[in-house]
Ligand binder design. Structure first.
Ligand SMILES: Cc1cc2nc3c(=O)[nH]c(=O)nc-3n(C[C@H](O)[C@H](O)[C@H](O)COP(=O)(O)O)c2cc1C
Length: 190
């Protein structure tokens, strides 16, 4: 099995990244081949609503995101990690998602998905929020991910939502690290 893990925080070795690294360890313990993409290190433009993908099913832009479409297609597991920014995902995460409009258009407009619709993909979302809040505080981010996973024919199976990260660093919580590891290894069971 193959997993694509996407870091949507511009910060490496911080809360989101540390949780993703545990998810990766859990996946690798089950022999899943993992590719991690750090969006903060890539250069890519936002979607400009040119509607080329509404006609071709492909994004016409050629930049650092171009290779990601095939990676979604060939992955069995997709993990997106993003901090919450203004009650949603980060701008780099949202820009990547908007650039996947090609999948949405090919599926819902052209009825000819440019992502293999017969492949079973499992999706997990890791989201951290600096403020102390209940799970409902994450709804702005989870609804975005829900629609994104639908567009890429991925079943949204797990959320790991962690609040209060501006007070409590996830790296100091053995329980959170263990939980992320277990979710990774459980994802591989499907
Ligand atoms: C631009 C910006 C907007 C933010 N908006 C929110 C927010 O709406 N809710 C919240 O709980 N935390 C918010 N935060 C705090 C981050 O979610 C928090 O610092 C988180 O730990 C960052 O993730 P990282 O450590 O993986 O980079 C915001 C931080 C930034 C920089």
């Amino acid at each position: 099995m193959k997993a694509l893990v996407i870091l949507g925080s511009p910060r490496t070795n911080m809360n989101t990244d540390i949780l993703l690294e545990q998810v990766i360890k859990g996946l690798e313990a089950k022999n899943v081949e993992v590719e991690k993409i750090e969006l903060g290190k890539l250069k890519f433009d936002p979607c400009i609503s040119c509607n080329a993908c509404g006609q071709t099913g492909q994004c016409y832009k050629k930049d650092d995101l171009t290779s990601i479409y095939d990676k979604f297609d060939t992955s069995d597991i997709i993990v997106v990690g993003s901090p919450m920014y203004f009650n949603s995902v980060t701008a780099i995460t949202k820009t990547m998602i908007d650039r996947c409009q090609a999948f949405w258009s090919s599926k819902y407009i052209l009825n000819k998905p440019s992502i293999d619709k017969n492949k079973k993909r499992k999706g997990m979302f890791v989201c951290v929020g600096g403020a102390k809040q209940p799970e409902e505080g994450f709804v702005g981010a989870t609804v975005v991910i829900d629609l994104f996973f639908k567009a890429i024919n991925t079943e949204y199976v797990y959320n790991m939502l962690v609040d209060n990260t501006d007070e409590v660093f996830v790296g100091d919580s053995k329980d959170l690290l263990k939980k992320a590891y277990k979710m990774g290894s459980d994802l591989a069971k499907y």
